[in-house]
Design a protein around this ligand. Structure first.
Ligand SMILES: Cc1ncc(COP(=O)(O)O)c(C=O)c1O
Length: 383
């Protein structure tokens, strides 16, 4: 094929995502895949039947641009019940093609050339490319192992007249850490009476353990009034492949969000939205914390005889394991060796930093059946 050789990449330093690389290698070596974050068990049959019902009923054409109203109303009700904040389903809630699209859209609708965006590292991989594609400048703040807490003094020093957005993510992927009331206070201090918009990635809001409370930005009106709050049904309903998410924001921000949303995707899968609106009423998400806490505990107990060390995750379905008692190898080298020699895949945490940082920590996804976790732990205990 003849191709132009003068393409100047908009993302010159970005390669294929680490999730795709590790999953591909994992497949090649027939390894147990604890790298990418997805459940290896079925989502609810009832939900699948509801999608079929709505397809047969004829709900197969474009949904309204902001999403099926019944689903937006369901989200508004859930948010009011959990966080005591009212979002108007007509003007303040939009359904998106997964949280990834919501995050991209929120960034694209606000960030202009030269705007600075505070990003905490290790950082989920879709934030920085979205900032760069829109001419923004990512300003990185490192969270230190093993607690991965935000150093707010450092944040304060980095704030200037160009700071336009702060991205927070709790419960946090990849570390499993969570923010607390003190973090909220600091965020309030920094952003109140400023032009700073908060993008709060809360896709794991119900996957939080040990009786910790999820500190949603939505529950603090002083923050919610200048924030995008992002959720994902893939995490709530065990169907990451359906790619349905949502964004909550005050009307002024949502107007900007929708201007961009309509030209990125316009609208999302119609029958799935109708089905989710019905299924949401069952409130199955209230069981998620206990469900995944049992999996975390099961996996961690099985790993007790191993040479890995760990602090149990506070949320998400990821457990970090430190291998410094086993090897000096770089994270990526060690992760590749685990696939090739032991048949188990993980994600090196170094992939979530913009600069070279190597803490000898790998991320393992425990959203798996007991059988998968047992097989994985057996392999890890042999290392
Ligand atoms: C922190 C975080 N944000 C966003 C997403 C993307 O969610 P979705 O699959 O709904 O696009 C993920 C998915 O793993 C995630 O872990």
């Amino acid at each position: 094929m003849i191709y132009p050789n003068n393409i100047s990449s908009k993302l010159p330093k970005t390669g294929t995502s680490i999730f795709a690389i590790m999953s591909e290698l994992s497949n090649q070596h027939n390894a147990i895949n604890l790298s990418q974050g997805f459940p290896d068990f079925m989502c609810s049959k009832k939900l699948i039947d509801l999608v079929t019902k709505h397809m047969r009923k004829g709900n197969n054409q474009y949904a309204p641009m902001p999403g099926v109203l019944a689903l937006r109303e369901g989200i508004a009700e859930k948010t009011k019940e959990l966080y005591n904040t009212e979002y108007d389903p007509i003007s303040e809630i939009t359904i998106t093609a997964g949280a990834t699209q919501a995050i991209y859209t929120a960034i694209a609708s606000i960030i202009k050339e030269g705007d600075e965006v505070i990003v905490f590292e290790p950082a989920y991989d879709c934030y920085v490319p979205a900032i760069l594609l829109n001419g923004g400048i990512p300003v990185h703040v490192e969270m230190k192992t093993p607690e991965y807490k935000i150093n707010w003094d450092e944040v304060k020093k980095l704030i200037n007249h160009s700071t336009r957005m702060i991205i927070i993510n709790s419960p946090h992927n990849p570390t499993g850490s969570t923010i607390d009331a003190e973090d909220i206070k600091q965020l309030e201090k920094i952003t109140t009476n400023s032009d700073i918009i908060i993008l709060s990635d809360e896709v794991y809001d119900h996957i939080i353990f040990d009786n910790l409370k999820h500190e949603s930005i939505a529950s603090y009106p002083s923050l919610a009034n200048h924030s995008f709050v992002i959720g994902s049904f893939g995490k709530l309903f065990h169907n990451t492949g359906w790619k349905i998410g949502f964004c909550l924001a005050p009307e002024k921000l949502m107007q900007e969000f929708r201007k961009t949303h309509q030209f990125i995707v316009f609208t999302c899968n119609t029958p799935i939205q109708y089905a989710m609106a019905e299924y949401l009423k069952e409130k199955s998400y209230l069981e998620l914390g206990n469900f995944y806490q049992s999996k975390r505990d099961y996996f961690n107990d099985l790993l007790k005889p191993s040479r890995f060390t760990y602090t149990p995750a506070s949320g998400t379905y990821f457990q970090l394991l430190n291998y410094s008692r086993i090897s000096d190898e770089k994270e990526t080298d060690f992760a590749v060796r685990l696939i090739k020699e032991y048949g188990i895949s993980s994600i090196p945490i170094s992939a979530f930093y913009h600069k070279e940082i190597d803490n000898k920590v790998l991320r393992f996804c425990f959203a798996k059946s007991e059988q998968t976790l047992e097989k994985a732990a057996e392999k890890l205990c042999k290392i």
